[in-house]
Ligand binder design. Structure first.
Ligand SMILES: *[C@@H]1O[C@H](CO)[C@@H](O)[C@H](O)[C@H]1NC(C)=O
Length: 227
């Protein structure tokens, strides 16, 4: 009797019908589908701060190979290209990296990575990203906030008045030795925000892409020359 129960337990996984296996795979795919959608990243301060209104609800933008919070200063100048990206398996790695468009007019993607030395969050082609920290990038289950190496260690550091650069606090020590002690730093959360669904089906498909029919874009991720 005991023996037959044990056998039944052992056999159970194999008993799952092909239909059920397919259904589960499809459900998983549907659950994971959001990962390949292009999203913006929006910052929010974790703790109360007099400065948080400068940061809360602001998008992340790309500028000079680094990520910044778009504090819209000065207001009439676009501070940088808005981060617009999604998860993509990192080449020759078992985890997912994060890619972003870098310009509006050229379909080119760069990798997001954390600079090993400075802990700044940067974007660049693979040769820049490779020797640094390229993943795993992931998201929290419920709210789909961005995580790196399984946790949320993103901080904003005030590089110059009102200019906040994004860092990942790798050592979880408040960027000790990475920024000068008087630099203002604030812990932030980064929420993924889907680009707005457009009426035009083609435009929507382009923005909400889940199929990787952008092969020409991926090539540039590996390209050595980004200009
Ligand atoms: C990390 O990337 C930067 C470019 O952002 C590069 O200068 C540096 O050499 C890389 N780090 C390492 C450890 O190679």
């Amino acid at each position: 009797m005991v023996l037959s129960i044990i056998i039944a337990l052992c056999a159970a996984p194999g008993l799952m019908g092909t239909q059920e296996a397919i259904r589960q795979a499809q459900a998983k795919e549907k659950r994971e589908e959001h990962r390949a959608r292009r999203c913006k990243l929006v910052a929010r301060c974790v703790r109360a701060s007099a400065r948080r209104c400068e940061i809360d609800g602001r998008q992340l933008v790309l500028r000079n190979n680094k990520l910044y919070i778009d504090t819209e200063t000065p207001r009439d100048i676009q501070f940088g290209h808005p981060f617009t990206g999604y998860y993509l398996p990192y080449p020759e790695a078992s985890y997912e990296g994060l890619v972003t468009t870098v310009r509006d007019d050229i379909p080119m993607l760069n990798w997001i990575y954390i600079d090993k030395e400075t802990n700044e969050v940067k974007y660049g082609v693979r040769v820049d990203a490779q020797p640094n920290l390229t993943g795993p990038f992931d998201c929290t289950r419920q709210d789909r906030r961005l995580t790196f190496e399984g946790w949320e260690g993103f901080v904003a550091a005030e590089e110059s008045p009102n200019i906040w650069a994004v860092y990942f606090d790798v050592e979880d020590d408040g960027l000790k030795g990475k920024v000068s002690p008087e630099t203002r730093i604030l812990e932030i959360e980064l929420s993924r925000k889907e680009t707005r669904y457009k009426k035009d089906a083609e435009a929507r498909k382009e923005d909400q892409t889940t199929t990787h029919d952008e092969k020409h874009m991926h090539v540039s991720v590996d390209a050595e020359d980004q200009t």
